[in-house]
Write a protein that binds this ligand. Sequence first.
Ligand code: PMP
Length: 401
Amino acid sequence: ASYLDSVPLGPPDAILGLAQNFRECAAAEKVNLVVGAYRDGEGNPFVLPSVREAESRLLARGETKEYAPITGSPSFVQRALAFAYGEECEALTSGRIVGVQTLSGTGACRIAGEFFARFLPKGTTIYVSDPTWGNHIPIMELSGLTVKRYRYLDRSTNSLDFDGYMSDIEQAPAGSIFLIHACAHNPTGVDPTTDQWDSISKAILAKGHHVLMDCAYQGFASGDAEFDAGAIRRFVADGHSMILAQSFAKNFGLYGERVGTLSVLTASKEEAARVLSQLKLIIRPMYSSPPIHGALIVNEVLGDEKLRSQYYDECAGMAERILQMRALLKSELIKAGSTHQWDHITDQIGMFAFTGMSADMCDALTKDYKIFLTRDGRVSMAGINHANVAYIAKAIHAVTD
Ligand code: PMP
């Protein structure tokens, strides 16, 4: 007998398992509203032309396949951080923000969890929003942190439970960690207003909590990367103890290239050097060094003025299409005869609409209409286009009526 005989069969991933079911479905009318990956107006994957141009330049230049340093490409990291924090950010220009290249946002979160677990007191709790991106919870648990939730979504209105959020910040033991989505909250699409961000920032500071800011949609949310970085920049200006996890999966459409950064806001260059030395000690035995191709692409795009401005337009184009589909889905629901309140579809932002549909309603959509979505009622707006929106709206009306 082999030890493998006793290896139990694990459950499928909640999201990727559904994506598999979609692929296996033979129905012609099937619709994929599961995975958070952008699709163009015809429902196809989209590679940004600026990304293609960068790739052909890399090829023409004969870029080698040498290893990156443990912390990744220095010039990529520098440009990526300037993209998030702003070129003028004092903490960045004075060397107080220290960053490393990571395996996209997931890898950044994992390194952040490991860093917190090593250097914060044993038993420190990380608070994640209720709900949050599902992977946050096992990432942080496997890093050795205790995970608890803070109130976020008011399920009766599909909007922010601001009072609940504030009171949970207040009630958490001083020095806890708060995991915050920088923009385009996943899965709810509900972000705080500017005034609410102010209060949240003040309350977190007052309790001496640490912040893990997860930024997976900068530029993809509003179409304006500067605007979407608002919360990050405010928190830096307010002087938080903060780590930032940055992903280029959505905004650059580089999903499978696994390109991101992790950065730590420190008090001095000397502190930054100590932190960096520890990040290297975490990374080296995990995967030695990050992949280079995606980082070279982002570096090329952000480092070239013309390509960079082309990129901004293309990213804004993706955001614009999503915003149009929100408006269209809402109007098609009304056209189909639905009398429910659907304003949250257009109030929410980013890749997803959190519809408020129950698990039973979602099951009926999948069973009767071959529309695949997660059972929390989250709809990937990128999967909607002119050809399928009326079908989707009629089906949603049928199951919610
Ligand atoms: N954080 C959030 C909130 C996300 O939505 C995602 C993508 N689903 C990620 C992190 C990580 O994605 P990736 O590892 O592909 O960058």
